[in-house]
Design a protein around this ligand. Sequence first.
Ligand code: AVJ
Length: 320
Amino acid sequence: VPRGLRLPSDVVSDVGRAAFLTDVIAGLSADPKRIPPKYFYDERGSQLFEAITRTPEYYPTRTELGILTEHAADIARVIPDGAAMIEFGAGALTKARILLAASPVSVFVPVDISGDFLAGEAAKLAAELPDLTVRPVAADFTAPFVLPAEAEHRPRIGFFPGSTLGNYEPHEAAAFLRHAGQIIGPGGRLIVGIDLVKDVDVLNRAYNDASGVTAAFNLNLLRRINRELGGNFDLDTFWHRAFYNREHHRIEMHLASRVRQRVRVDGRCFDFRRGETIHTESSYKYTTELFRALAAGSGWRLAETWTDRDGWFAVHALVR
Ligand code: AVJ
């Protein structure tokens, strides 16, 4: 490729960098400081998240997989024959695979921002389930996107596992549920996996694993800012702080400065007091009653709920 010739992928990554820079500058200028959790997931961040799901303390992933496996046949009963299933933020398709193998879905539309990875996973799934039409869409699922023609004129069902909805502020979660309702249409259904309110020690341990993987995941955000945005964060002067906030029924993750210091990002200066934090993530937990209210306020009725024996995680079926 001649120097100076810009490929589409370069342009896309420029747009990605510009948005990252804008959000980091705005977030570090705010009081209290904050950075949106979607920026955790560069390549190393995605690997660290996978490692988190394998720690003994982080129960959500394995608990949700257990619920989906145990109740696949029951969950499949809320899915109309010949339906098109749309998965929001699809990734490795591990969870959808469990439902698709047990259900009457004809068309599967996994939607994910990382198009290359998604295409590979979609091809594998299509080979495993030859009767299923798989039509991946590389898009940001929080913005409007065009559904493939095969998903039109069919009953539609949304799938949003992984407690990803818990990363949104409650008003944003309501907006997302309304947006999903627009895509899925009247009479549609939505299956949502969401973490439940539970014993505070269990919650705190899940975000403070003894092996330090969650701490590395959180601190990796500063490494990413240094590399992609020309930051000079000294990772040794920040520590991972995660705790359950009862009033807001959420886990908060922060990066706390051990010292009073000045940090530069893209030529701009940001001052930290000793102990001052950057709020990097909120992970909201919902009782079934709280979730019912959230759904009702966003045009959905909570029809059915499946949980594990301990009542740690919920898979809800919503109907419009
Ligand atoms: C991917 C948003 C569901 O909130 O539990 C795990 C992310 N952060 N450990 C969560 C996460 C720290 C995770 N979600």
